[in-house]
Design a protein around this ligand. Structure first.
Ligand SMILES: [Zn+2]
Length: 284
């Protein structure tokens, strides 16, 4: 599933192709994409409007149109956005947006989990994200202090905490593992027990892995492709994720795979020490 760096890479590629273009026609071929709104409502709201800005929040892409109309899209598991000069529809096409330069923005999605919502007005957009997403990790708001406030008193394992979009937006399985390896924190460690220095290291680990991911134009595993069909290269720079049995770049110990937050999770058993069961917890 694309995470923040993959979505940001797509945003950077879409922005120059879409901004200042006008939408001529919209075809929502799969009603599930815009549920509960019927396709005609989406098509009517977008048709004829110019695209002013292409933004991102967490793993969501936002096309902001004139008259304060916003199209919010999520790629989920297998969604891809392509800019196409080709008149022919590719397989698994769910939405086609025709632009005034003759090109088309295509939402292609094999497993059909991706979504599109139209929001009317800035307040509706703010409300939409307020109920879904926590702090934006590459914003100035994501400080060690902010992270400590989110973690305080919580006994949830730190990996599950990182994956919760309502706390930190945009971090998924890959970047959580990379961030925890950088911070030398075991994924099952209860987040509320992290020391101040570890909170700082975790904050830095999240930011650095996301920035490295963006720098590499994302990781291409599964179905993620760029707008132009190219692949990212962050998979060649993983330090932990998917490296089971390979040596840790810091200490040489073989990376191990375990399960945390229901997901395949990669750790260095030497750098990321498993939390000890605390006496108090063991007694009760
Ligand atoms: Zn190590």
């Amino acid at each position: 599933m694309p995470e923040l760096p993959e979505v940001e890479t797509i945003r950077r590629q879409l922005a120059p192709a879409l901004e200042r273009r006008r939408i001529e026609t919209v075809r929502v071929l799969d009603p599930r994409w815009s549920e509960p709104a019927p396709p005609e409502v989406i098509e009517d709201a977008l048709r004829g409007r110019a695209i002013e800005h292409v933004g991102r929040r967490g793993k969501y892409l936002i096309a902001s149109l004139e008259d304060d109309v916003h199209l919010v899209m999520h790629l989920r598991m297998t969604g891809n956005l392509l800019i196409s000069a080709d008149a022919e529809d590719p397989p698994h096409l769910r939405v086609a947006i025709e632009l005034d330069d003759g090109r088309r923005l295509l939402f292609v999605d094999v497993r059909r989990f991706g979504t599109g919502d139209v929001l009317l007005g800035g307040d509706a957009l703010t409300d939409y994200f307020e109920s879904r997403l926590g702090v934006e990790p590459l914003s100035a708001d994501f400080t060690a202090e902010a992270l400590r406030a989110l973690a305080r008193g919580r006994m949830q394992p730190v990996k599950a905490f990182l994956l919760n979009q309502e706390r930190i937006a945009g971090v998924g399985n890959i970047y959580a593992d990379e961030a925890l390896w950088r911070a030398k924190i075991h994924p099952l460690r209860p987040v509320g027990t992290l020391k101040p220095a570890q909170i700082q290291a975790l904050r830095d680990g999240v930011v650095e892995s996301l920035e490295l991911g963006i720098d590499s134009k994302g990781a291409s595993i599964d179905d993620y492709r760029h707008v132009d069909g190219e692949r990212g290269s962050f998979q060649d720079r993983f330090a932990a994720y998917s490296r089971a049995g390979e040596p840790c770049f810091r200490c040489g110990a073989p990376i191990e795979k375990l399960r945390a937050a229901g997901r395949g999770t990669y750790v260095c058993p030497n750098c990321q020490r498993r939390p000890r069961v605390r006496r108090a917890a063991a007694r009760s």
